[in-house]
Design a protein around this ligand. Sequence first.
Ligand SMILES: [Fe+2]
Ligand SMILES: [Fe+2]
Length: 307
Amino acid sequence: MSDYIALRRSQITHCYSIPFFCLSENGNGVLYKNAGEKLAESKYAEAKKLKLFIHKDDRSAATKELQRALNLELAKSIATEGVSKVRKVLRDIIEEALTASFNDSYEAMPETIEIMFYGYSKNSQLLEALIKISSNSSISIEHTINVLALTMIYCFGNDVPINATKRLGVAAILHDIGCTMINKKILDTEYKLSENDFQVFKTHPIKGHDIIKSSTRFDKIISSVALEHHERLDGSGYPQGITDISFESQLIGLIDCYEPLTYRDKVFRKAQAPFGSLKLLKEEVVAKKFDKDIFKNFCGCLASRNY
Ligand SMILES: [Fe+2]
Ligand SMILES: [Fe+2]
């Protein structure tokens, strides 16, 4: 196995402390940039065109440095820039989180939520502007950003205490982490999944739970949200068909259902306006799949903003 791993584009502009390499024909690393050297802006375009690598021993340091830089950029964009810049940085953060190795990539996640919390708690209406579809990035990342923003709207609208809000924010980002283990074709399909593909998709809660549990940094509730967000109170959900479901899993499960109904056109159904999606969800509440009070509070915080 090679000692070198390909550098992601976002790392090129943010990683100063580690050396970059090109690979010679026989696979040896040829130094491109020294450790501690800041790449001149004039070289970004060239670096992005070249195939650059880092040594595998530097992988963890590179991930941490990138995430620190992205979090700083997020704080700066929330304070001074428009929503599209915030969304771009968030997309980089979540993309990084969904592609790097778990233990490295999630270290900075609580800090990301903290930045969003302090940046938006005074003006949570700005969060609504974050919930938009951008056609040029993967559905999973868009879905994750939307679920995160809707979760925070719920928290601000219902005066959820700070620590619980932060925990819910991290849980929202990680709820579908198990999908990183599922074939992308299944995830990004525009069509209704075949029975076989659906069976594969249904394994993501257990996979996600196991990934999060392998890190001791996270509160147990965060792995339980990954495991339980497709469970339903009448026992009709998966993977376990349980009826005793934590509040956090119920809330994110509800938002997880609302988000694609509202923001995603599929070939077999049209995206609904928010009111139409809430009507569909109400049928699920009547069928006792979701909790009535959580649903009411969710509708309340959307309605109070004419959303
Ligand atoms: Fe899911
Ligand atoms: Fe989801």
